[in-house]
Design a protein around this ligand. Structure first.
Ligand SMILES: [Cu+2]
Length: 171
C-alpha cells in the first residue's frame, strides 16, 4: 500500500511540476527499488512459517513424541519408538528406544534422522539390543536454520524394512 501511494504521488508531482529540476524527480524514484527489495525480504521472513503450517495440515505428522512412545505397523509387525528425555528438544543428548514385536530379528536396526521436506545430511543413530525385541541408542536432533521443527526418524530393519516416525521437536 505504502509503495503504491508513494509512486502515484511522485508521478502526480512530476506532472504538475514538469519544469522542476530533473534531479529531484530522479532521486524520489530511487526509493522505489529499495522499497521493492524491502518488501521481498519481508515476504521471505513471513512465508516459511505459512508453508510449514500447510505441511502440518497435510497430516504428515504421525507421532506425538512429546506425549510418549509411538507405534507404527511394518508388515504384520508393530514397531514402537520412544525418545527420552521429554520434552524432546533439539541439540540435546537423546536416547532412542525401539521395540519390535513378533519373531526375533537377527540384525540390529538403526535410525536415520532427517527432515521430511529437507535433506539435513547424514545423522545415524546406532542401536544396541536390550533384549526381547528391544533396542536403544543415543543421538542428537539438530536445529534447522529454517526454524521448521518437524523431524523424521526412519527405523531401518535390514531384514524386514523401514518405518518412518514423523514428529515435532522443541527448539
Ligand atoms: Cu531443515
Amino acid at each position: 500500500m505504502h509503495l503504491i501511494t508513494g509512486r502515484s504521488r511522485s508521478i502526480q508531482h512530476s506532472a504538475k511540476h514538469s519544469l522542476r529540476p530533473r534531479r529531484v524527480y530522479v532521486s524520489r524514484r530511487c526509493y522505489m527499488p529499495l522499497g521493492c527489495i524491502a518488501l521481498v525480504l519481508l515476504l521471505q521472513i513471513v512465508l516459511p512459517p505459512l508453508s510449514f503450517a500447510g505441511e502440518d495440515k497435510k497430516g504428515i505428522i504421525n507421532c506425538d513424541i512429546q506425549k510418549g512412545a509411538c507405534t507404527q505397523s511394518l508388515g504384520s509387525r508393530s514397531v514402537t519408538l520412544e525418545i527420552l528425555p521429554r520434552p524432546v528438544e533439539a541439540m540435546q543428548d537423546l536416547t532412542f528406544i525401539v521395540s519390535v514385536d513378533g519373531e526375533a530379528v537377527a540384525r540390529t536396526p538403526s535410525i536415520r534422522l532427517n527432515m521430511p521436506a529437507m535433506e539435513m545430511g547424514k545423522n545415524l543413530v546406532t542401536l544396541t539390543p536390550t533384549g526381547s525385541g528391544g533396542y536403544a541408542g543415543k543421538g542428537v536432533i539438530v536445529r534447522c536454520r529454517s526454524g521448521r521443527r518437524t523431524w523424521k526418524a526412519t527405523v531401518d530393519f535390514p531384514e524386514i524394512g523401514k518405518v518412518d516416525f514423523i514428529f515435532d521437536v522443541i527448539y
